[in-house]
Design a protein around this ligand. Sequence first.
Ligand code: GLV
Ligand code: MN
Ligand code: MN
Length: 397
Amino acid sequence: MSSTANDGLLVGLREIADVGRDAQRGGYSRHLWQSADLELREWFAERATALGLDVETDRNGNLWAWWGEPGDDALVTGSHLDSVPGGGPFDGPLGIETAFQAVERLRQRGVVPRRPVAVVAFAEEEGSRFGVACLGSQLMTGAISPERVRALRDADGVTFADAARRVGFDTAHLGRDPEALARIGVFLELHVEQGRGLIDLGAPVAIASRILAHGRWTLTFRGQGNHAGATLMSDRDDPMIAAARAVLEVREAALAIPGSRATVGRLLAVPGGSNVIASSVSLTLDARAASDEETRALVASIADRVAASEFVENSWSPEVHFDQALASRLTDAIGDVPVLPSGAGHDAGVLSPAVPTAMIFVRNPTGVSHAPEEYAELDDCLAGVAALESVVGSMIA
Ligand code: GLV
Ligand code: MN
Ligand code: MN
């Protein structure tokens, strides 16, 4: 982003505008415990300290910045710092920077909170490095086992445990964290909108109603690796053909269930030579639909349509309905703003079975997310800060 474009960013986003830029893909690649993530963690600590907040890292690698003594029934707000490969600058960091600004404004107004307030940055929300999303919040709530997480591998074969060790993070205490969970009285996550809802409605902010059920699978197709020139077309057992058919079937299956979505975002041919017929091809499937049942039906239909040698579930996130009483308190504080569903997963969704949770969306004029074109106007981000300030202010006074 040019310095002119940076001028239109909230101050904290401007400070991190050069961290984790991806020259090859465009946008940002900020993955857990790689250099960009470490830099962003330092930024979080510095930004929080400058605002007079106390920073700590919990046993699952999540960062907390406390206004007042850490304690139970806290109002917690925040999001994540990591990105998808080649992602935009707002998905995640917008929820953290707006939280810092809301706290800053409340402090400047002389508000003395009657309950603890914390800004949180959850670790590995996108699952871009280790394949499973929302690891920090899932570990904290016990939705995923620490043994499984320690053994997850990144694209280079490095385990989560080894990657953590390399940056000095001890995974011995990973796992369900009842103390951290008990401290959260309410969780609010502000997020850039990832679709076109607010463009169509002509409004800067919305409240979330629910999150679609979603999950991730890996499909593997096996064949016979062979020579691209010497092997007759009639003699081939090429798994790329079955994989290519599967990509089309995934689309057909999703089109058959209105409102559902299914995506093949990554495809890996082994061994991956341009003059080599692959011996295996694996692809990722991301499937989402309005309910758990519809999403399961979508995946079952895909499994019926394709001839995969292996079809492995990597993660499953049930449908989420956000807390209605909390949503009404948001409406009382910020007015009658639109209410929108989310096709994207969030740490707020992971936390919602455990604590009252709500989300605020900020308009994205491109309607594009998980890509460099993701955007939010400064005025809309400031409307997000004002909304968060009102909500937090109304719940801590
Ligand atoms: C997270 O952004 C997801 O929905 O994949
Ligand atoms: Mn995302
Ligand atoms: Mn996000």
